[in-house]
Design a protein around this ligand. Structure first.
Ligand code: AMP
Length: 409
């Protein structure tokens, strides 16, 4: 787990602002589910995924309840949908921390943030296009140009079941060539073998049957509609028949966002797709859903790699230098801050020289000097830190207005 300090913390906040703007324009409302849920909420994601079987932080609370720190937020959004029954389509966005007990490495942490959206209550393929377009627009708004969209369809649940069976049979006939971990995966969920990164598994599956041979007419039409929608918006994508999601709830569209600027192993900056059955399983009515989750830290690593979206400046507008120690500095600082300026000051009655150094470091364009002489004459001295104009003495009463005019001519 990481500590996030300025300026990275400001950058994360700014990225949240960009994401909120993009999705709010599309009618999504923010939801903030708790960090903890009853473990049953996540257990319903199924046992086909490490996220649920191996990586959850869970504990028994003082009331004897079995609780988990959320490893993702789709299940939480479905749980809150069941509890509050908002009108459909329910279009929600979220930003916040998730916890997974994974092996930490660059781009993979045990606490990480995600931005995401979920739409519950509509199976319109235009929504698949909409959510992909929103993620695309968000990346573009950050300035990223190297994010590729990879897309596939898992077909309807019956297509997917038929495919899983056929793939299982194929893989069992090649079991001897699989890695040991691969054989384990085969026993649990053959679909997950498709995205195995191990070279033995990849070789063994080289001529595995492709999923599109199992698509029903309805699934093929849905997929075609999504691809045409993306094309009509000028959004580029590539198709990958091996892109699957392990969870039993996924159906039809699945997609992933990959940054070409990041290392292969951790290049996924986000992913999502259609799912159903999750709301029903949590006690609600049968409800289709579609959404995505983007990894915030990894997206910012991609920004580093592409040299875009640097941290916003935290430079002060004004710095107060106080050598009088009579309370004027405190008053001025407060007044300037209340007037909307970013105002910093020195503390501990340090020397003029030390305070001027601090003023320099603060990035302020203007320093206001409050010394003995100024305090006695009801004035302040204004110093342009760039040295472009001469130092000025002005009346204390006019100082705030003067500074505003100076900074925003
Ligand atoms: P997932 O919820 O597993 O589909 O992940 C969606 C996105 O979240 C991934 O594409 C990553 O960008 C990000 N992500 C997942 N796990 C981690 C992690 N442990 N650390 C950092 N980012 C992660």
């Amino acid at each position: 787990m990481r500590d996030v300090l300025p300026p990275e913390s400001m950058r994360m906040r700014a990225a949240t602002g960009v994401f909120a703007d993009v999705v709010t324009r599309a009618g999504y409302g923010e939801v903030a589910p708790p960090l903890l849920e009853d473990i049953g909420v996540f257990a319903r994601l199924g046992d086909g995924t490490d996220v649920v079987t191996k990586e959850m932080y869970d504990f028994v609370d003082k009331g004897g309840r079995h609780i988990a720190l959320r490893p993702e937020q789709t299940a939480s959004v479905c749980r809150l949908f069941v509890e509050h029954r908002p009108p459909t389509p329910f279009k929600a966005w979220y930003a916040g921390a998730n916890f997974r007990y994974e092996k930490p490495q660059r781009g993979r942490y045990r606490q990480f943030d995600q931005f995401g959206v979920e739409v519950l209550g509509s199976s319109d393929p235009d929504l698949d296009v909409e959510v992909i377009a929103l993620a695309h627009d968000f990346y573009r708004s950050l300035g990223l140009t190297g994010v590729e969209i990879v897309i596939n369809s898992l077909g309807l649940p019956t297509d997917r079941a038929a495919y899983t069976a056929a793939l299982g049979e194929f893989c069992r006939s090649r079991a001897a060539d699989l890695s040991e971990a691969g054989r384990d995966t085969l026993a649990k969920n053959p679909l997950r073998l498709l995205d195995s990164k191990r070279s033995e598994d990849r070789a063994a599956l080289a001529d595995a049957p492709p999923i599109d041979e199992f698509w029903s007419v309805e699934a093929a039409q849905h997929h075609e509609h999504v691809l045409q929608g993306l094309t009509s918006l000028g959004i580029e994508f590539t198709e990958d028949r091996r892109l699957v999601r392990g969870l039993d709830y996924y159906r039809l569209t699945t997609f992933e966002f990959r940054s070409s600027a990041l290392d292969g192993a951790q290049n996924a900056v986000g992913g999502g797709g259609r799912y159903d059955g999750l709301v029903e399983n949590l006690g609600g009515p049968s409800t289709p859903g579609v959404g995505f989750a983007l990894g915030v830290e990894r997206t910012l690593l991609a920004c580093d790699a592409e040299n875009v979206f640097s941290a916003p400046s935290n430079a002060a507008d004004v710095f107060i230098v106080d050598t009088a120690g009579c309370g004027d500095a405190l008053a001025m600082t407060t007044e300037l801050r209340r007037s909307g300026l970013r105002c910093e000051r020195a503390y501990d009655a340090r020397s003029m020289k030390a305070q001027m150094k601090a003023a320099d470091r603060s990035g302020a364009r203007v320093a206001i000097i409050v010394g003995e002489h100024e305090a006695q004459t009801g004035t302040v001295t204004i110093r342009d830190m760039s040295g472009a104009t001469d130092q000025q003495s002005i009346s204390r009463n006019e100082a705030v207005e003067y500074i505003h005019r100076l900074l925003n001519p």
